[in-house]
Design a protein around this ligand. Sequence first.
Ligand code: MIC
Ligand code: SF4
Length: 643
Amino acid sequence: MGLTLAQKIIKEHLVSGTMVPGTEISLRIDQTLTQDATGTMAYLEFESMGIDRVRTKKSVAYIDHNTLQSGFENADDHRYIQSVAKKHGIWFSRPGNGICHQVHLERFGIPGQTLIGSDSHTPTAGGLGMLAFGAGGMDVAVAMGGGAYYITMPKMFKVNLTGRLRPFVTAKDVSLEILRILSVKGGVGAILEWGGEGLASLSVPERATITNMGTELGATTSLFPSDEVTRDFLRRQGREQDYTPLFSDADAVYDRVIDIDLSTLVPLIACPHSPDRIVTVESLKGTKVDQVCIGSCTNSSLLDLLKVASLLKGKTICDSVSVSVSPGSKQVLSMLADSGALSDILSSGARVLECACGPCIGMGFSPNSAGVSLRTFNRNFEGRSGTADARVYLVSPETAVAAALTGEITDPRLLGEAPDVCLPERFKLDDTAVLPPADESEASDVQVLRGPNIKEFPVAKKGADCLCVPVSLKVADNITTDHIMPAGAKILPYRSNIPYLSRFCFAVCDQGFSERAASLGESIIIGGSNYGQGSSREHAALVPMYLGVRCVIAKSFARIHVANLINAGIVPLVFENPDDYDTIDQGDTLSLCHLFQGMENGRIKLENKTKGTFFYVTADFTDRQKSILKAGGLLPYTKEANQ
Ligand code: MIC
Ligand code: SF4
């Protein structure tokens, strides 16, 4: 039986386990990346492991999320990351050099290699044929130290593309179409491999838009083959030597095949507040728009922005719309400038922002109150933009421009001629904003610079065998990490200060949670299905751990978040009968006895002391996960293991 491309790369990197879907495997990791909002924690964790130098082929530390230096906090974190990277063998991408995923695609990604990154959109590199996963900072720290990365062996889905996109229909619309088909839960436990004759017409940046948004499906990762299109992109980036042809076998077996005829797609739009609330742009025509944001790791490539510039050329944006354009990297910005396209964007009245995540993570450019914002981004979760009552829609750059010009949601096919834009023969190569690490011989002289914003890493309690504690919070389905640990300009600078961050835990759903949980001492959270979808931020586990949450019982969990909970020593349990969710109220006291024995049996009986009822939960953990939970998290577990 033949293998899929993902299975081939997994096979080559397999450290433990067998490739049976649903079982635990571990992989050797070739490359890692971090961004600053999760990086500070990841490097503190790496330092606590006492390893001098990273053991990966390449590790890169990016600064792209927290670039607003409204106080000393971010500047201190940048300095810390720069110095710790220099000391330990990590490349450092300076603030302003661009969004981690865009820069990694341009300069570092290598087909056939494995990559983990402390950011959920790390699968963007799958557009280049890399097997790339988003992970919690602790997992990235372990991989930097040469440790394996543990995942559940995924099922294999194939998306078979035929036909060719019609004018004004884009890779973003393909991403939205697959979200329409599968929903935000449809990719859970699976790798999506994109194939079929339609592939040849999609460039690497377009493929990367698609793998980027695979994260919103809950997929383990997404992957394109490495073919002539890949070779061509790498050649234009001056890195043809990094090319290897990589394909799945002709007789590879997939668990599910989804067919998409590219020529039948139309411009699509995701409605508030979930990336899978998809309708056609046409169906919302005439909706008034207040703001348009173009950029983010989904749609900020040179190709995207050249199209935007060409559509804006000689035109003026509508008076009532505020428009921002954030180029994905310095390479993109500087090539826009050299080609004159930047001035077409500026002359239209759009604001050009820094090459960074910016508005995507609520770092400035929040919409007006109750504003309608059309964004080329990948997430439109409630409150994420920084304006609680804003209505954020996700669209392609072309649809964004149509709204910028008309002031309302408009089908971009009404804009006339589609822009005729292709990749430049040679990308401009200027890596001056990527600083190499110190030579091994000089590393001991490098001083790591720490600022007062960097607080002690919270220490988890050892796993408890019996608990009798109240439910501090009950939440509904699809709770995102943006609900659990919001980001945005006011909070993001404190990513290395867990005590301060804890004040904002769950503030989007329940302002009183933080104080209540702290005063209860220890508690349990009850969740619906897909609990913890979205970001890889381990803060969404570390902060509840700091507030005394010992256990989360949900109908189901998102992949990265469940790993982060275990790493933080919080026990994730799944309702055996989802209807039991309805029998529990916030404030009820739940009693859980003999957790460790229950973990061996795979199921545990709980008593609801308040209601006098019983229910069962599944406690399905691997031996390694059981040991981590008993030790109280990955760090104490690793320390115990090394003693
Ligand atoms: C996001 O898009 O939510 C982020 C910010 O990039 C996160 C990481 C973080 O919270 O720092 C992600 O996607 O992992
Ligand atoms: Fe940055 Fe937004 Fe991409 Fe997250 S989704 S990495 S915040 S651009």
